[in-house]
Design a protein around this ligand. Structure first.
Ligand SMILES: [Zn+2]
Length: 297
């Protein structure tokens, strides 16, 4: 009896310990994805907006941003999807190569965020082509609603610099730091903390004003660069490799730079890295829209 009680107590303790462990971080936080999808929604062509509205579940009201974190919410139910949120590059290598790096831990090729973007883009290209299926939400072999939600999420993830980070620290997930006085990991600083601090300091705690500010830059200060952001080489529909290469460069030049285990990151880091986060959120939104416009155009 005693042994059984001790066993139960141990199990309970284990459950508490497991619950207290930080969940592995798999993407921009909810606000980062929301910001990217809000920017994209406002840039959709009529044809793309119509297709998106058709593919989204009816409760979404045609609004992509409410479902851009769906892929994170299903990562336990769809365990196969976990490696699709990121790319690991070899330690201290500041470039990315699809052939070398786009694989999961078992070495299965294409199972990384860039491969996932290519895959869901090709699935969505079957939209409207099926004469077999009575519903446009499925093209027979694919669930196009899920394909749209995955693509919209992964286009965000690939723009988070530490989603194309070093393998041994899992994109900064094993680097303990303090964000001001709070204990966290470097990856989480880039997923969540920089965005939250910006919202608190500049945007009245809200993502909406953050989106407005980025949109103002997209049509203003950055307007001469937007076309280049949108373009893919060789008339590709999606070009995630370019975004992954930019991310590992930003990870080396900005996210990892000067950070060691137990660093305290505060005003100086926030002030110098926020412009990088702003740029990546804007590029993510612009490129998600451009990709959806190409798919449904
Ligand atoms: Zn993710």
């Amino acid at each position: 009896m005693q042994g059984r009680q001790a066993g139960t107590a141990l199990l309970l303790l284990l459950a508490v310990v497991v619950a207290a462990l930080p969940a592995p971080s798999l993407g921009w936080g909810v606000d980062g994805h929301l910001i990217i999808c809000e920017i994209a929604q406002g840039r959709l062509s009529d044809a793309a907006a119509k297709a998106v509205n058709d593919l989204l579940p009816s409760g979404a009201g045609g609004n992509l941003s409410s479902l851009c974190s769906w892929a994170d919410r299903v990562r336990f139910r769809y365990q196969w999807s976990a490696p699709l949120h990121f790319i690991d590059v070899p330690d201290n290598v500041c470039n990315y190569s699809y052939d070398r790096d786009c694989k999961d831990e078992e070495g299965v090729k294409g199972r990384c965020v860039a491969g996932a973007i290519n895959n869901y883009t090709s699935q969505l290209l079957t939209y409207g082509s099926s004469s077999l299926s009575p519903s446009s939400k499925s093209s027979g072999q694919y669930n196009l609603t899920e394909a749209l939600l995955f693509l919209s999420h992964f286009m965000g993830d690939i723009h988070q610099p530490l989603h194309c980070g070093f393998a041994s620290d899992r994109g900064g997930n094993t680097i303990d730091v303090h964000w001001y006085r709070r204990k966290t990991v470097l990856h989480h600083v880039w997923d969540v903390n920089i965005i939250q601090t910006a919202e608190k300091d500049y945007y009245d705690e809200g993502a909406g004003e953050f989106v407005d500010a980025l949109n103002k830059n997209i049509t203003g200060a950055w307007s001469d660069k937007v076309q280049e952001w949108e373009e893919c080489a060789k008339s590709q529909t999606a070009c995630p490799d370019k975004y992954g290469s930019e991310s590992i460069a930003a990870a080396c030049n900005s996210a990892y730079k000067g950070v060691t285990e137990d660093s305290t990151l505060s005003d100086a880091y926030f002030g110098s890295r926020l412009p990088v986060v702003n740029l990546r959120l804007a590029q993510g939104g612009v490129r998600l829209a451009a990709t959806l416009n190409r798919i449904f155009g």
